[in-house]
Write a protein that binds this ligand. Structure first.
Ligand code: SF4
Ligand code: FES
Length: 262
């Protein structure tokens, strides 16, 4: 007698050419102890419905493309296991897989992340130099201590889980959001970079760090330990100092102008 355990997997479907609304499709998936949620989707695609669309690439928490809402929580499909949803482990032998929250749905489990990518690009995520030295032999040295200042922030894999977890981004898509602001701080902390003055207006902007209400869910769900909540809230201090420095400059200029006019 076949006693293989079947797990009830509900997958959100949405094919814009035929569906008015997203809907849940149910599958019974034979359980294997080493099965990730991504393996579960592969099983469904191979054995049940080949039209299911979802993103993935590396299967090892590196590419950042397999982010889904799994029972309502943003997680990487390749780093989350079906066994965690069994009754023996506190679940109920069922799991619901949906596209990342707070983004429009492109198709089935594929979220449209253009806005997220535009925000990452907007903060100028590269080393900026006042004068580019293009000689092939030139290097920009960095000590291990200098690298340690931003190393944790550089672990981001752009998976977007922090945006799906952030209630502020959910309410207001204009907010730069956790990963972009953490990435901004990553480059500002890099001793080889000289682009701080170009990035500070974005950090100080209405939709920059001050739009964060410090819920902290972004850091809870981050699969790489980036801690964007900490990055954003320490940047508030930098933003305050920057404001003070700009104010002193402005007052001095104003003073000099008044004396010149006397
Ligand atoms: S900060 Fe973390 S959760 Fe956000 S995109 Fe980067 S790796 Fe993903
Ligand atoms: S498939 Fe690359 S992070 Fe999951």
């Amino acid at each position: 007698m076949n006693t293989q355990l079947l797990v009830n997997v509900s997958v959100m479907r949405y094919r814009p050419e035929q569906d008015d609304e997203p809907w849940l499709q149910h599958f019974d998936v034979p359980f294997r102890n080493d099965m990730s949620i991504l393996d579960t989707l592969h099983y469904i695609k191979d054995e049940c419905d080949s039209t299911l669309a979802y993103r993935w690439s590396c299967r090892m928490a590196i590419c950042g493309s397999c982010g889904f809402m799994i029972n309502g929580e943003p997680k990487l499909g390749c780093k989350t296991f079906l066994r965690d949803y069994l009754s023996a482990n506190g679940g109920d032998n069922s799991v619901r897989i949906e596209p990342l929250a707070h983004f429009p749905i492109e198709r089935d489990l594929i979220a449209r992340i253009d806005d997220f990518v535009e925000k990452l690009e907007a903060i100028k995520p590269y080393i900026i130099r006042d004068q580019e030295d293009t000689a092939l032999t030139s290097v920009y040295p960095q000590t291990p201590q200098q690298m340690a200042k931003y190393h944790d922030l550089s672990m981001c894999i752009n998976c977007g889980l922090c945006y799906a977890a952030c209630p502020q981004y959910g309410l207001n898509n204009a907010f730069f959001g956790p990963a972009a602001l953490a990435l901004l701080q990553r480059y500002n902390k890099d001793n080889r970079d000289q682009g701080r003055a170009q990035r500070m207006p974005m950090l100080n902007a209405e939709q920059g760090v001050w739009a964060c209400t410090f819920v902290g869910e972004c850091s809870e769900v981050c699969p790489k330990g980036v801690d964007p909540a900490r990055a954003i809230n320490t940047s508030k201090l930098e933003s305050t100092v920057d404001y003070g420095v700009n104010l002193i400059h402005w007052l001095r200029k104003d003073d000099a102008g008044q004396e010149g006019g006397r």
